[in-house]
Design a binder for this molecule. Sequence first.
Ligand SMILES: Cc1cc2nc3c(=O)[nH]c(=O)nc-3n(C[C@H](O)[C@H](O)[C@H](O)COP(=O)(O)OP(=O)(O)OC[C@H]3O[C@@H](n4cnc5c(N)ncnc54)[C@H](O)[C@@H]3O)c2cc1C
Length: 232
Amino acid sequence: VPGDPASPPDDAAGAGHAPSDRTRVRRKAERGRYDAATVAAVLDAGLVCHVGFTDGGATYVVPMVHVRVGDALYVHGATGNRTLRSLADGATACVTVTLVDALVLSRAAFHHSMNYRSVMVLGRATRVTDPAEQRLATAALLDHLAPGRSAEARPPTDAELQKTMFLRIPLDEASAKVRTGGPVEDPGDLALGLWGGQIPLTTLAGTPVPDEAAAGLPLPPSVTSYRPPANQ
Ligand SMILES: Cc1cc2nc3c(=O)[nH]c(=O)nc-3n(C[C@H](O)[C@H](O)[C@H](O)COP(=O)(O)OP(=O)(O)OC[C@H]3O[C@@H](n4cnc5c(N)ncnc54)[C@H](O)[C@@H]3O)c2cc1C
């Protein structure tokens, strides 16, 4: 697996320093970011991506778990998975990750908004066939869900890997779009006596619930130290 999952790609081979014609943000262009660090940070903070592709003339958008490793994104699933098979067969992928940070309430209905961080990755996927890369991708996926989990879980067997398809999608055509701050207001609306501002939104982790076989066992570090990534 190229790169280190803990650090963003840092050179021109990374997530791109200039937008492509397809990824250049046109609407609210000042919110567009194309640097590898911003793209990586959003991908790393998101637990779920949405994988868009076209198959048989129809377009599908499928939620999946992802992980970024260096300058690539990995997704995985069963070998019979239609989404993964379509991408492995050459369909162009459009993968998005969206984090909602706040509701932005304006005096005017028209100016209500959200603060968000989002990324869109365009690219063609490559099927990962090297078992060593599959194992590293598996560990990275687990550690993306709960840091440290890969050191606690039983590693996949060869048979389990054979039932799993891993795809690698390069991050060389990617954009981020980020909104921060309070509401945009028409100057005349500020004197209306209406409330405006932000309602921050965060993801909370609840109390861990052991299953029957875990009753009485101490909580492992991945559980005791768990923090939702979107809030870090
Ligand atoms: C949070 C989350 C994370 C997930 N992570 C993964 C993952 O990492 N890997 C993985 O393989 N799968 C994951 N899934 C399941 C995934 O969304 C698909 O259901 C699954 O991958 C099967 O894909 P397929 O292309 O074979 O679907 P098919 O079964 O071929 O889809 C046929 C039809 O079923 C419907 N359908 C399929 N999936 C969904 C869905 N999720 N919601 C509503 N309707 C649906 C659609 O109408 C679709 O056209 C995740 C789902 C969620 C919600």
